[in-house]
Ligand binder design. Structure first.
Ligand SMILES: [Zn+2]
Length: 193
């Protein structure tokens, strides 16, 4: 009887601990914009859909934090609709979601530069954006009525990682080194937040 009680209390403790650990676990959805026939910004054979997918996959692959789970809205060259993406975010109910994009404008120029973060009107989204502000140079924080931010019921931000029409930024974003560096920085910010 005594042994049985001991077993029951150990099991109960185990359940309690796993519950509190699972509560501490952070879940983050990374959304690689575009995909499939939607190339996103496309210049000199470099496409936004490919760069953001590579970076999203790197963020997931680099993650060694057992208390952090990274879920991708796409991990191949498919095109989930915006509705699919926010549907997934709203099903998963992550701590927050980050949508990855790359800026573009018609004229090829080094004057277009830096990152832009679009935020929702809530504290988590703004706090996350300010973390990016600390880690990246040339970063602007903006608000705009974007579908993925509007329709996500959990906090979210949309990151424009640089400019495709700036040859320096395009080359960096298209490079293995650039993609790894950006993925590492984003993962560090996610882990801290
Ligand atoms: Zn985009």
């Amino acid at each position: 009887m005594k042994n049985l009680l001991r077993i029951i209390s150990i099991v109960a403790l185990g359940v309690l601990l796993s519950f509190s650990f699972s509560k501490a676990k952070r879940v983050v959805v990374i959304d690689a914009g575009h995909g499939g026939t939607d190339l996103g910004a496309n210049r000199n054979g470099v496409s936004e859909k490919e760069i953001v997918l590579n970076i999203a996959k790197k963020i997931k692959a680099l993650n060694r934090n057992q208390n952090l789970e990274i879920i991708l809205t796409r991990d191949d060259d498919s095109y989930p609709t915006l509705k699919d993406r926010t549907g997934k975010i709203n099903d998963v109910k992550p701590d927050f979601a980050i949508s990855l994009h790359i800026n573009n404008s018609p004229r090829e120029t080094t004057e277009s530069k830096g990152m832009e973060v679009f935020v929702q009107d809530n504290e988590v989204s703004k706090k996350l954006a300010s973390k990016f502000y600390e880690k990246f140079q040339d970063l602007k924080i903006k608000t705009e009525n974007l579908y993925i931010l509007r329709e996500s019921k959990t906090p979210a931000i949309l990151l424009e990682l640089g400019f495709m029409n700036n040859p320096n930024e395009r080359n960096y974003l298209a490079s293995e080194k650039g993609q790894s560096e950006i993925a590492e920085k984003i993962l560090r910010i996610i882990s801290e937040n």
